[in-house]
Structure formats: structure tokens, C-alpha cells
Design a protein. Structure first.
Length: 208
């Protein structure tokens, strides 16, 4: 059972209207769904997991914003401020704060609780698979970044640089995400999603 309904979470997020195209309400709902699935196989507080998943991106700064690394910290504070005005148990606020602050890759905060590990995994899974491909290309478009290096699209003879080429993000970060996941169920799902991404690259290779 949740002390705060999922409709309340959604209304709060829509009221704040703090989305970008790759961190929108649809992304949040996918993370919530993944977090619930992972939670089924892990010993964790369901309410903390779901609450943190809903609110993990209640503050989003653009990828090229100078304070980008502070997004999760700002989101954690904003989430606790919101929850403090609801019936959410005060004793769980600290755990929700930590789970939200630790979810971000760029923040560099190590998840110390089962709940934080699950939320971090759920968010990272959304960077993989078909949706991960779509989101990667959306961000590349937002930043007006070319799709690939025409001389070496698949980083066969050079070091990946995703500040220059969108496709390099696959090699620089996304294909390495599995080793940064915490739970067995998330790792299994990540491996399947990465296999799909590699099949996509095989098709892309045949076209370019």
C-alpha cells in the first residue's frame, strides 16, 4: 500500500512541468514499472521504492547545464518537501531522499540501501533497449550532435567520444551499464536489452 497515491504523484509532476523530451512523464512511468518488477525479486520497502521512482526526476536539468550533476540532489530535496505535506510516513523520508539522490549516474552517489539500488537500476534500464536507443538519439538531436563519425561510425579504430558523436554513447557508456547495476534481475534484463541494441547496430552497419 502507498500512503500517497500514484495519481497524486502524477498530478504533482504535471503541476511542476519540469520535463524534457527524454525525461518526461512516460520515462518516469517506465522507471516505476521497472522498479516494481525488480522489487518483486528483492527484499526492499515497496513504498519507498515506488515513491522514489515516481519522484526521482521531479527536477531535471539539461544535459549541457553546468549544474547537471546536482539534479538528483535538487530532486531529492523537492521530493521530501512535497512528501512532508502529505500523509507519507516521516520515518521513511530519509530513505526516499537517499534513493533519489543516488539514482543519477552523474551524481556519483553510491546507493547504500536496497531501495536506492532498485531505483538506480530501474532508471539505468531505461537507457537500454529500444527505448534507450530512442532516448539516446533524442538527446543527440537536442544537442545538435551528429549521429556518427563518418570515418569510423562504430569506434573500431578510435576511442569513443560522445561529446562529438551521438552513436559513441553506446560504446562509451551504455554497453558498460550492466557492470554498474546492483540487482540480478536488472542485470538479466539489461543483457537482453543490450543484445537488441547490438542487433540494431548490425542493421545500421549494413545501411551506412
Amino acid at each position: 500500500m502507498l500512503s500517497v497515491s500514484e495519481k497524486q504523484f502524477e498530478n504533482f509532476l504535471l503541476q511542476e512541468n519540469n520535463f524534457d523530451s527524454s525525461h518526461d512523464l512516460a520515462h518516469i512511468k517506465r522507471v516505476v514499472t521497472s522498479a516494481k518488477k525488480i522489487c518483486e525479486n528483492e527484499k526492499a520497502d515497496y513504498e519507498i521504492v515506488v515513491t522514489a521512482a515516481w519522484l526521482h526526476d521531479c527536477v531535471v536539468l539539461p544535459k549541457n547545464h553546468p549544474d547537471r550533476k546536482s539534479s538528483s540532489k535538487l530532486a531529492a530535496k523537492k521530493a521530501v518537501d512535497f512528501l512532508s505535506e502529505t500523509t507519507f510516513p516521516k520515518i521513511k523520508l530519509k530513505s526516499v531522499h537517499h534513493a533519489i539522490e543516488a539514482h543519477s549516474f552523474s551524481a556519483g552517489v553510491t546507493p547504500e540501501t536496497p531501495e536506492a539500488k532498485i531505483v538506480q537500476d530501474a532508471d539505468r534500464l531505461d537507457a537500454l533497449g529500444a527505448i534507450g536507443i530512442a532516448r539516446c538519439f533524442m538527446v543527440g538531436g537536442q544537442l545538435d550532435r551528429p549521429l556518427y563519425d563518418p570515418d569510423d561510425p562504430f569506434c573500431e579504430f578510435r576511442k569513443p567520444d560522445d561529446s562529438e558523436w551521438t552513436l559513441d554513447h553506446f560504446y562509451q557508456k551504455l554497453f558498460k551499464l550492466t557492470k554498474f547495476l546492483n540487482t540480478g534481475s536488472a542485470k538479466k534484463e539489461a543483457e537482453e536489452r543490450i543484445r537488441f541494441m547490438k542487433r540494431f547496430l548490425d542493421q545500421l552497419r549494413s545501411e551506412v
